[in-house]
Design a binder for this molecule. Structure first.
Ligand code: DSN
Length: 493
């Protein structure tokens, strides 16, 4: 008999028929196993490992069976460079259909004038956005000045001059150690090489974004692109203020909402905290708090649409029709009222986690959270981020170490651990469960001490966890996970 799972914020899908999904996966795995058993085994192991881990990685989630199944199809076999109805290959009618459905859902979900759903990742989405901003703001006016319609019409000298102009623009983004992303102008990243780059940080006392400092940096630096967004900042951003700053200095406002797109979709971030009406270009991933397949999306105002749509083939390789189909399914799910309950619970759970940590004496960057993540400063436990991350992993708690502002340990060892609630919320964890998670985390860190390096000096990686703590914590984690099973009823046979 089919077991239907009810529609609740707790499930990683609006609802699914566990028997049908089990049969689908059992059959699929048999087919894969006959060709390469090692792959079938790894797929099975990944489900058991995901089921058995307390996942607090802020950028991860669990997509629904409908999203996952949409990815395993022959839409993968089609080349479809170009855009809907305007392809460089024939026979793209079905890719056209799924791409249009995905774009329509993205536009409706985010009330965006235009959506481009082809980027394969968040980095790709940001590259498309940068290229589109350069094309719209620099290349198009230069072509008009020169009376040309296309770069191919330019003389070699004019083309060289334009290339130098394109390569001499400025971008201002949040510093990596303040919570910004690599693609926001970090020098080793391609974004830091495409642009002359400067960054803004956070207030040394409060850890909060200081809009007056952002404005001052923007006035001094005069960027072509002002980038807002983060991957490790635990607060919301006022995008109305960011747009005022961009307008004052003539910058294009680009917002990377990859981490908090689910909170925008779920109407937790509204008004001045919803970036889409304020940004000229907004980028996102689809697999973090938005709970879709791995991928990216660019949303933009109408005057950037033409340049954004040229993402493939000018920036990206051929669109992944099977992943775009899965984006369409995930975006349809995110338009359901249950997704708004999910998103609110993600934010409520982050507050419960923050409060649980603070009440047990931990220190958090900014003193709390408004979004889906908290940034724990583990120096109060006498540990580096690397030591803390490893001790937590030994105890069954999966996190990632992260720099804190002005981090004395650098980006490899770090002084922070980033904790996020989207994945646990998809399993049905509530605020009480997150308080228990906080208790377990503090218990492990309080029982961990730094250990000396083999040479005798201080090590930033080695640590000692008091006897019995890892086993006891594993058992407590197991109890929590058992109360909130992942993909309940899904049986791989
Ligand atoms: N890797 C993502 C994260 O963990 O935040 C960002 O690219």
């Amino acid at each position: 008999m089919a077991s239907q799972h009810a529609q609740t914020a707790a499930q990683p899908s609006a609802s699914f028929d566990a028997d049908a999904v089990s049969t689908a996966y059992q059959s699929a795995l048999e087919v894969i196993e006959a060709v390469e058993p090692g792959v079938a085994t790894a797929i099975r192991s990944e489900l058991s490992d995901q089921r058995a881990s307390l996942k607090l990685i802020a950028s991860e989630n669990y997509a629904s069976p409908a999203v996952l199944l949409a990815m395993g199809t022959w839409l993968s076999d089609k080349y479809a460079e170009g855009t809907v109805g305007h392809r460089f290959y024939s026979g793209c009618q079905n890719v056209d259909t799924v791409e249009q459905i995905a774009a329509d859902h993205a536009q409706a979900l985010f009330a965006a004038p235009h959506a481009y759903v082809q980027p394969h990742s968040g980095i790709d989405a940001n590259l498309v956005a940068f290229w589109a901003i350069l094309a719209h703001r620099v290349e198009a006016p230069a072509l008009a000045e020169l009376g040309a319609n296309h770069v191919n019409d330019l003389t070699d000298d004019d083309w060289e001059a334009l290339r130098r102009r394109l390569g001499n623009q400025r971008a201002l983004g949040m510093a990596l150690d303040a919570g910004g992303h690599l693609t926001h102008g970090f020098r080793p990243n391609i974004s830091g090489k495409m642009f002359h780059q400067a960054s803004y940080g956070t207030d040394a006392q409060t850890g909060l974004l200081d809009y007056a400092e952002v404005a001052a940096r923007a006035r001094e630096f005069r960027p072509l692109v002002l980038i807002a967004g983060y991957s490790a900042y635990p607060r919301k951003i006022n995008f109305a203020i960011m747009r005022e700053i961009a307008d004052e200095v003539g910058a294009t406002l680009m917002v990377d909402m990859a981490h908090f797109a689910g909170l925008v979709a779920g109407k937790v971030f509204t008004g001045d905290f919803d970036p889409v009406p304020f940004a000229h270009v907004t980028t996102t991933t689809t697999h973090k708090s938005l709970r879709g397949p791995r991928g990216g999306v660019v949303l933009c105002q109408p005057d950037y649409a033409e340049a954004v749509d040229r993402g493939c083939p000018l920036v990206l390789g051929g669109p992944l029709g099977h992943v775009i189909a899965a984006k369409a399914v995930a975006l349809a799910e995110a338009r359901q009222p249950s997704f708004q309950r999910y998103a609110q619970q993600v934010a409520d759970n982050a507050v419960a986690l923050a409060d649980g940590l603070l009440s047990r004496g931990a220190r958090l960057v900014t003193g709390g959270t408004d979004n889906h993540l908290v940034l724990l400063d583990v120096s109060t436990f006498g540990l580096t981020g690397r030591q803390a991350e490893s001790a937590l992993l030994d105890s069954g708690i999966v996190t990632n170490r992260n720099s804190i502002p002005r981090d004395p340990n650098g980006a490899w060892y770090t002084t922070g651990v980033r904790l996020g609630t989207p994945a646990l919320t998809s399993r049905g964890f509530g605020a009480g469960d997150l308080d228990r998670v906080a208790e377990l985390i503090v218990g492990v860190l309080a029982a961990t001490s730094p250990a000396a390096a083999p040479s005798g000096g201080a090590s930033k990686a080695r640590y000692v966890l008091a006897d019995g703590v890892a086993d006891r914590t594993h058992a407590a984690v197991g109890e929590l996970l058992a109360q909130h099973p992942l993909y309940p009823g899904l049986d791989l046979g």
